[in-house]
Write a protein that binds this ligand. Structure first.
Ligand SMILES: *Cc1c(COP(=O)(O)O)cnc(C)c1O
Length: 821
């Protein structure tokens, strides 16, 4: 035992009844916020409340952190460039069982909890699903009792704030830290040097090889900021440790005194830039060097930190795989493979083979995309300049990889070129996904379909060489956040109907399935949905000024705007319905509200055009009296976790309509189905498994399968022929091309239309007819309310398998080899 816990001084655990909490809030308001209750503003009450909840989290935090020192338990380190956390107050209160007493305490002080909660900034340190997965996993690891640390970057500006002006997306900087962040603790003791550039020099012998030493030319400091992540019932509190860059020399005084203020502050600016902004993951080549700097910066800091902790406790790196599991969330942290090898070989004098066994035993990698353009690769020249020693190590790993391929696969030149960590075709680049693959003991995909496609496409040859390495771990979501917190009405109903045990054992949700046909239960289930829709209707009215009928079907597509997610297919079908309503006003139309939300990467022109088209179509349809309110279209700006928490519980229909084979998993699909929305979707990503779990009668599946998409592409997709043969589709496209929705600029959508008619790379036209038919099937179900409610209930009842707790237990058992509670 290296830590002397005998002498640990424990604080007095705090009381959690409403009366004590009230006193604590008043105390914090005075002594921590420095405000008199007479003049306190809502944000002051929020600060006092956060501090009171934080204290109660800290009581559990210390104990959780101490545990592994006492027991020698293995720790899990989750490395991710994105953590899409959202607000933390409700999460922490709910998991600590404090929602009711805090609400009561505040109420007696004349303060409304809901109102102050809405003032907490939404931490958007991520783009979308991948970052939200990391956040859900942090909550789940704490809930199932795994000692875990999340490691990431403390971006000063998270994902941009989206506004819509004249239908266009405008990007404004997101300033989540501008009023401080009460959840985080700066850790001065956890500050590390991070090197860049410079040279590699020989430095004596290590055994029978020459020891290499990297002499970086430039150094910045990484400073840790810790946020406690509270698990369910406060069982464990884990740490999210985010790194901020700081210059070693904040200022060069001599330059400053000479009057050259820019030179004086150059180091400061250079360091500051590293953790200033989150890079949009979908952007192309711009800012490559900065992105690589960000990745190496946080990987190096994280490895130094976990090795310091490990060495302090065990005094050796040899048992690293037994005590440490490092999970790479996608390709961005893959330089960890080379960095860990460098540390072991150069700094700890471990022979190569042994270092490689330790590295591979410790690291594992999650792949999140099959899109070749999204699998990172860095120009060899850039790597050599920024990370010269790592480049040498990558060459050595590659030489050994190709050697073993020659031996075990009898590989020819083509196969070797495909396996190589160096892509020779595109101006010599390092393939970071392959580096992560070879440096890991397990590589996982995020849905059954995605994992199979991984074996056939991106990693086909590596899979032949290492057939045991790829495994599936279908994504999940934190049910506490996405059901219990986001939809309190529904969880209360479920507790009443099937008992409170469901709160601790979500698999019991399945018991609600027995009530699917029960008229009284259906009525209450529907009433909760309607109340949630009323709330969303109010948000819609106040943000975009459109009034919508809560009795209409709320049809939602909320996710990043991307061609493969096919918001375009949705809006084309919307236009087709619009045309039909005008042509056949006498028919019995099921009233719908089409709700869209999502951000487009700032540099993604086509995605921004799609946003504009949705807004143009919305303006025309919402203002056409001939529609008689039967159809409304709404684009809600600035999609983020908080907005998702408002939309998801209010959705009737969940649009999951990606081109099959392109959505690795999806998690939005899970949140919506869990909250009783019926899915209309393609057989893509986790939709396949959702369909299996909820049953084919409770989901509407349409369109080409992944195999059929591949076949259609091979055969040569001909959108012009499809459009020519379908009057409805042709009319829709002509309307867009003729400027029906853009009378002020008839050519606005020329490129979008041209693209649809010539290439249609995401097979929108190929699935259009099937999608329209599927939507009419949805209408038919909607007209039978009892049938709709039964299906909605069966969705909720059968979604517990998509709990992130299940996913985390599978990682723990199959990849990390750690026990779970
Ligand atoms: C869940 C979630 C996502 C992922 O949505 P998909 O539909 O799976 O792409 C993206 N952004 C936010 C804010 C989310 O909560």
């Amino acid at each position: 035992m290296t830590m002397n816990e005998m002498n640990a001084i424990d604080p007095q655990p705090r009381r959690v009844d409403a009366e004590s909490l009230k006193a604590a809030i008043v105390d914090k308001l005075a002594y921590a916020v420095g405000k008199d209750s007479i003049v306190a503003e809502p944000h002051d009450w929020l600060a006092a409340t956060i501090l009171v909840v934080r204290d109660r989290a800290i009581d559990r935090w210390m104990e959780s952190t101490r545990g592994p020192y006492r027991t020698g338990a293995k720790r899990v380190y989750y490395l991710s460039v994105e953590f899409l956390i959202g607000r933390l107050l409700r999460d922490a209160m709910s998991n600590l069982g404090l929602v009711e007493p805090i609400a009561e305490a505040l109420n007696s002080l004349g303060v409304d909890l809901d109102a102050i909660e809405a003032l907490e900034p939404d931490a958007a340190l991520g783009n979308g699903g991948l970052g939200r997965l990391a956040a859900c996993f942090m909550e789940s690891m704490a809930s199932v009792g795994i000692p875990a640390y999340g490691y990431g970057i403390r971006y000063v500006h998270g994902l941009f704030h989206q506004e819509i002006k004249d239908g266009n997306q405008i990007e404004l900087p997101e300033d989540w830290l501008s009023d401080g962040n009460l959840w985080e603790f700066e850790r001065r003791e956890a500050a590390y040097d991070i090197g860049f550039g410079g040279t590699v020099e020989s430095d004596g012998m290590a055994g029978d090889t020459v020891r290499q030493r990297w002499q970086p030319q430039e150094k910045v400091l990484a400073i840790a900021y810790d946020t406690p992540i509270v698990g369910w019932r406060g069982a464990r509190v884990n740490t999210l440790r985010l790194w901020s860059a700081r210059a070693v020399n904040q200022i060069h005084l001599d330059d400053f005194n000479r009057g050259d203020h820019v030179a004086a502050l150059a180091d400061l600016t250079r360091a500051d830039t590293i953790t200033r902004v989150l890079y949009p993951a979908d952007s192309t080549v711009a800012g490559q060097e900065l992105r690589l700097r960000q990745e190496y910066f946080f990987v190096s800091a994280s490895l130094q930190d976990l090795l310091r902790r490990h060495l302090k406790q065990f005094g050796t790196v040899e048992n690293l795989p037994d005590k440490v599991a490092i999970q790479l969330n996608d390709t961005h942290p893959s330089v960890a493979v080379a960095e860990l090898m460098r540390v072991l070989v150069d700094l700890h004098d471990i022979p190569w083979e042994k270092a490689w066994a330790i590295t591979r035993g410790t690291i594992s990698y999650t792949n999140h995309t099959l899109l070749p353009e999204a699998l990172e690769s860095w120009p060899v020249g850039l790597m050599e300049r920024l990370l010269p020693r790592h480049m040498q190590i990558i060459y050595e790993i590659n030489a050994r990889l190709l050697q073993s391929a020659r031996k075990s696969l009898d590989a020819d030149a083509d196969l070797l070129a495909s396996l190589s960590l160096i892509d020779e075709h595109h101006g010599r680049r390092v393939r970071m996904g392959q580096l992560a693959f070879v440096g890991s003991h397990k590589v996982n995909g995020v849905s059954a379909l995605h994992t199979e496609l991984m074996k056939e496409t991106v990693f086909r040859d590596l899979h032949r060489l290492y057939p045991e390495r790829i495994e599936n771990k279908t994504n999940g979501i934190a049910l506490r956040r996405w059901l219990m917190q986001a939809n309190p009405g529904l969880i209360d109903l479920l507790v009443e109907a099937i008992g409170p045990a469901v709160l601790d054992d979500v698999d019991r949700l399945v018991e609600a399935g027995a009530l699917a046909e029960d008229a009284a239960f259906q009525e209450r289930f529907a009433a909760i949905k309607r109340a949630n829709k009323m709330q969303l209707a109010e948000v819609i009215r106040s943000t975009v000024g459109v009034s919508v009928d809560p009795d209409a079907m709320f049809d939602v597509q909320i996710k990043r705007i991307h061609e493969y997610k096919r918001q375009l297919l949705n809006i084309l079908e919307t236009i087709a319905v619009y045309n039909q309503i005008r042509m056949h006003p006498e028919r019995d139309w099921a009233p719908r509200v089409k709700i869209f939300a999502g951000k487009a990467a700032a540099s993604y022109w086509t995605a921004k055009q799609i946003i504009r088209l949705i807004n143009d179509v919305a303006r025309v349809i919402n203002n056409d009296p001939a529609v008689r309110g039967l159809l409304k279209v709404v684009f809600l700006p600035n999609y983020n976790v908080s907005l998702a928490e408002t939309i998801v519980p209010a959705a009737d229909l969940s649009e999951q309509i990606s081109t099959a084979g392109m959505e690795a998993s999806g998690t939005g699909n899970m949140k919506l189905a869990l909250n009783g929305a019926i899915t209309i979707g393609t057989l893509d990503g986790a939709n396949v498994e959702i369909s299996e779990r909820v049953g084919p009668d409770n989901i509407v599946i349409f369109g080409l399968t992944a195999d059929e998409v591949a076949a259609q592409r091979r055969a040569g997709h001909n959108p012009r022929a499809i459009i020519g043969a379908d009057d409805r589709l042709r009319t829709v496209i002509e309307a867009i091309a003729d400027g029906v929705f853009s009378p002020d600029d008839r050519n606005r959508y020329r490129d979008l239309v041209d693209n649809l008619m010539t290439t249609d790379g995401f097979l929108v036209t190929a699935d259009f007819d099937a999608y329209c038919r599927a939507q009419r099937e949805v209408d038919a179900i909607w007209r039978e309310p009892a049938s709709w409610q039964a299906k909605a209930i069966r969705n909720t009842a059968n979604m517990a398998w998509f709990s992130a707790d299940r996913t985390i237990r599978q990682y723990a058992r199959d990849i990390w080899d750690v026990p779970v509670g």
